[in-house]
Design a binder for this molecule. Structure first.
Ligand code: PRX
Length: 637
């Protein structure tokens, strides 16, 4: 596979960028021409940010799996598509060539059909990081079913909420998942979720851990049995469903500042073109390279840069089941050496946590295959950047700091490895086709350099969010109403003297904990479910490893006397309602919350207290009861 659209120099980047802004349709039309279409598009783009309505490659017909699999069979059939490293280094790894992956996807697509899944149906995937997760994702895409992957760290209640929102009648899961020394009983969590979701018709269960499971008659079937059935059926083929460019490809739930998580919808063609383009350019992928993205497929990073981006580019993608610190903190480096990984893409939180183990775990590790390093998910502090650069990249691997979001589908602002300049803690420059704007609170554009503001994008790129599933109005109010004719990212941003962008973090009530997005309102709702809780307010505070920690101020009644026990109960409640990933780091019991006369909680004050900036609380005179602030300050954890 060659990539004629791979940018090779800073000069070329500048001219390509200019073209992409002057003639976006011509630009993206050229890129899209490198894919396999059943029918070419009639028109490249239709858009307005008012409704919003964005359509790319209108009238085009395609199937993304023909681009990720079938079109590679001739030239790359025997080349590895997926390398799978299991949780336990003693267990045998697996390698799936493009031909093998194709065969397995086709087989499982037939399993889905046999079980009644049709084009447009929503299929929920709740699995560990096994190759079958990628296979299931692609099998859904093969038959035009809309997949919705849920990360294994979410609770039964979170799953039920998502299943109901998506009206998903099919679930694919595993008996259990291995993560470090833990075994997570995935099927059992699904069973708890399904108590509320009687509309689910079928659960397909893959054997992984041999964790005991209860298989419900008429509803639950084993993955392996179903594969055997299609094997005996004879016809091993499953022609790809012909999809419209704008047919939904998947739904992925993510947290916002209000209410329940929303289902971000991405569509077939634009998502395919953009993830491929950014994969090839950001990481400067070369044929034969081993690409290791350490994210979970349950997040957008895994969708775009483990599955669709790499496979559409005919790349070899490494899928790792485990965690960076098990059996020891040298695990990533061991995997890099074992497979001669060329591109390593991970999160700042992982880097910071590994930094904490010192250089011991790096002893005896060569890391000489590495060519490119990447980070994603949260701002990277300079210390972590330099540690990564010196100890992992040995000063010879460019680091790409990729800024993007679930809603953007692919990387929007990032340097390109070795092609455009890197700058520690800066995402640097926009991808071709991406037009960032900084605006002030009043929606006025802030021009020039050396300025800060709220980050918006003024023109659509192919993988922009199309809607929030089942509630288009929510999509409009969340992203397109704050500033007229612009997509609002929710992030604050600084543009330096040279025009380079540095993302400073969320400006709304969304936390970024270990690179995971968590809404403060969601955590508050979960805490408030606890019988003893009267009211709560949740804010973020700087955390050395996680980036942000979750700080909860709680008014509690009905205490059983022991504060620590009460804390554990509240933590357990959050874990039960949202999942272990949203567990509070600090819970402070308070007599009251700082409220304005109209009853609004002044989070600004709580944020300052949580950050330890007690002296600097600003104007508290509008508070209903200013004395409560002193009480809260006294009890600060
Ligand atoms: O605040 C930004 C932060 O992560 C948010 C998006 O989270 P999510 O949708 O879960 O997607 C994460 C993976 C793409 C953004 O609004 N963020 C993401 N990448 C960076 C970042 N902050 C700073 N630098 C980054 N490179």
């Amino acid at each position: 596979m060659s990539y004629p659209y791979q940018i090779k120099s800073f000069e070329e980047y500048k001219s390509v960028y200019n073209k992409s802004v002057m003639d976006p349709e011509g630009f993206w039309g050229d890129i899209a021409g490198h894919f396999y279409w059943r029918k070419r598009w009639d028109k490249v783009l239709n858009w307005n940010f008012k409704d919003p309505k964005v359509e790319w490659f209108i009238g085009g017909r395609l199937n993304i799996t023909e681009n990720c699999l079938d079109r590679h069979l001739g030239s790359l059939g025997n080349k590895p598509a997926i390398i799978w490293e299991p949780n336990d280094p003693e267990e045998h790894h697996r390698i799936l060539t493009y031909r093998e992956l194709h065969t397995k996807v086709v087989q499982f697509a037939n399993v889905l059909k046999n079980n009644g899944v049709q084009k447009g149906d929503r299929v929920c995937l709740y699995m560990g990081m096994v190759p079958e997760l990628a296979i299931a994702v692609l099998a859904c895409a093969r038959i035009g079913a809309i997949h919705s992957v849920i990360f294994g760290g979410f609770s039964a209640q979170s799953i039920a909420d998502r299943l109901m929102d998506a009206q998903a009648e099919y679930v694919i899961t595993c008996d259990g998942a291995y993560r470090g020394n833990k075994e997570i009983p995935l099927k059992s969590v699904i069973d708890d979720a399904l108590v509320q979701c009687r509309f689910v018709k079928r659960v397909i269960v893959l054997t992984r851990t041999r964790t005991p499971v209860s298989m419900i008659k008429g509803r639950d079937v084993w993955w392996e049995d179903e594969i055997r059935k299609v094997e005996t059926m004879g016809n091993p083929d499953c022609p790809a469903e012909e999809m419209d460019s704008e047919d939904p490809l998947f739904i992925l739930y993510t947290s916002g500042s209000t209410g329940k998580p929303k289902g971000v919808v991405h569509t077939c063609a634009g998502y395919m073109v953009y993830t491929n383009y950014t994969f090839v350019n950001t990481f400067q992928y070369q044929p034969g390279d081993i690409h290791f993205c350490t994210a979970d497929i349950g997040w957008i990073t895994g969708h775009s840069y483990i599955v669709y981006g790499p496979l559409s580019a005919g790349a070899t993608t490494l899928l790792f089941e485990g965690i960076p610190t098990w059996p020891d903190a040298g695990r990533f480096w061991e995997v890099v050496d074992k497979y001669k990984v060329n591109v390593l893409y991970t999160a700042p939180t992982a880097i910071r946590s590994l930094m904490g183990f010192g250089l011991g775990p790096l002893q005896g590790k060569q890391l000489s295959s590495l060519k490119v390093l990447g980070t994603v998910g949260e701002p990277i502090n300079e210390e972590a950047w330099h540690w990564y650069n010196e100890n992992i990249g040995k000063g010879r691997c460019p680091i790409v700091d990729t800024w993007w979001q679930t809603e953007t589908g692919g990387v929007l602002i990032s340097n390109m490895a070795g092609v455009t300049p890197a700058k520690p803690s800066y995402a640097t420059l926009p991808m071709p086709g991406v037009q960032p704007v900084l605006v002030d609170e009043n929606g006025k554009e802030i021009t020039g350099n050396n300025v800060s503001g709220n980050l918006c994008i003024r023109f659509p790129w192919p993988s922009i969010i199309r809607t929030t599933y089942g509630d288009h109005e929510r999509c409009r109010t969340n992203y397109f109403s704050a500033y007229e004719n612009m997509y609002f990212t929710g992030d604050g941003c600084y543009r330096d003297e040279e025009g380079y962008y540095r993302i400073t973090g969320r400006v709304d009530d969304v936390l970024n904990v270990s690179g995971h997005r968590i809404g403060t309102a969601e955590v508050e709702n979960a805490i408030n479910m606890h019988a003893g809780v009267v009211e709560s307010a949740v804010v973020g505070y700087p955390h050395d490893i996680k980036g942000q920690g979750i700080y909860c101020f709680v008014i509690f009644q009905g205490s059983h006397g022991d504060e620590n026990l009460n804390r554990q109960d509240i933590t357990q409640t959050v874990s039960r309602i949202i999942g272990p990933i949203a567990k509070p780091d600090k819970i402070q019991f308070v007599p009251g919350l700082p409220k304005t006369r109209s009853g609004k909680i002044m989070r600004r004050i709580l944020r300052k207290i949580a950050e330890g900036e007690m002296e600097n609380l600003g104007d508290t005179s509008t508070l209903l009861d200013p004395a409560v602030v002193d009480e809260i300050k006294k009890g600060k954890l």
